[in-house]
Ligand binder design. Structure first.
Ligand code: GDP
Length: 189
C-alpha cells in the first residue's frame, strides 16, 4: 500500500467542525524530537509537509493532513519538551489531552512514536497507559533504529516488544528508510 496524496488542511487549537465531519482520523503523537515530523514527511514522501526542526517543541497546533483523499492524519504537538516554559508545556499537555481523551473524537488509530534506541520514556508509558484505559487502537512506531548498534539490534527490539506485547509495533528509521514500507502498511491498515 502507498500514500499517493497528502495535503495540509489546517491547524486547530480546539473544537473545529473538521474534526466532526465523519472522515476518519489517524493521530500521531510522541515526545518532542522523537522524529514525528520526519516520520510524517517520510511516509507521505513529501519532504516539507510537516516541519522538521533542530529546535524541539515547535508544533504548537494540531495539524491536520488529508491522506489519499480518505482519512485525516492528525499531527499532535510533541510532549515533554523540557526547555519549553511551564505555561507552554501546560497548554500543549492540555491540548493533546483534550483531543485524545475527548470521548467525542474516535480515532481509527493512534500512532505513538517512540525512540527505539532509548526505549519508551516515562511520558510515553504514561500516555500509552491512559490510551489503553480508554480502549484506543494503538500502533507503536519505534523510530531511529539506525542509532542502535547492529550487534544490539535484536536484543533492543525484543526488549521493546516485551514492554508492549499487546500492541502492534513497527521498527524503522526515517534516516535509512529501513522498515518504512512496513510502517506505511500498518498506518494504512
Ligand atoms: P519531532 O520534534 O518529533 O517532529 O522531530 P523531528 O522530525 O523534527 O526530528 C528531530 C531530530 O531527530 C532531527 O534532528 C531529525 O533529523 C532526527 N531524526 C528523525 N528521524 C531519525 C532517524 O530515524 N534516525 C536518526 N538518527 N535521526 C532521526
Amino acid at each position: 500500500m502507498k500514500i499517493t496524496s497528502a495535503q495540509f488542511i489546517k491547524g486547530v487549537v480546539g473544537e473545529d467542525k473538521i474534526l466532526d465531519n465523519g472522515i476518519s482520523q489517524v493521530a500521531f503523537i510522541g515526545r518532542s524530537n522523537v522524529g514525528k515530523s520526519s516520520t510524517i514527511n517520510t511516509i507521505t514522501g513529501e519532504k516539507e509537509l510537516a516541519r522538521v526542526s533542530a529546535l524541539p517543541g515547535r508544533t504548537q497546533e494540531i495539524n491536520i493532513f488529508f491522506i489519499n483523499e480518505k482519512f485525516y492524519l492528525v499531527d499532535l504537538p510533541g510532549y515533554g519538551y523540557s526547555k519549553a516554559s511551564k505555561d507552554d508545556r501546560q497548554w500543549l499537555f492540555e491540548l493533546v489531552n483534550w483531543y485524545l481523551f475527548n470521548d467525542h473524537y474516535q480515532q481509527k488509530k493512534i500512532v505513538v512514536i517512540i525512540d527505539a534506541n532509548i526505549g519508551p520514556s516515562k511520558d510515553d508509558l504514561e500516555i500509552i497507559s491512559e490510551l489503553e484505559e480508554r480502549g484506543k487502537n494503538i500502533l507503536i512506531a519505534a523510530n531511529k533504529i539506525d542509532k542502535i548498534k547492529k550487534s544490539e539490534l535484536k536484543k533492543q527490539c525484543d526488549k521493546i516488544r516485551n514492554i508492549f506485547n499487546d500492541h502492534e509495533i513497527v521498527f524503522y528509521s526515517t534516516k535509512t528508510g529501513a522498515g518504512v514500507d512496513e510502517l506505511i502498511d500498518a498506518v494504512l491498515k
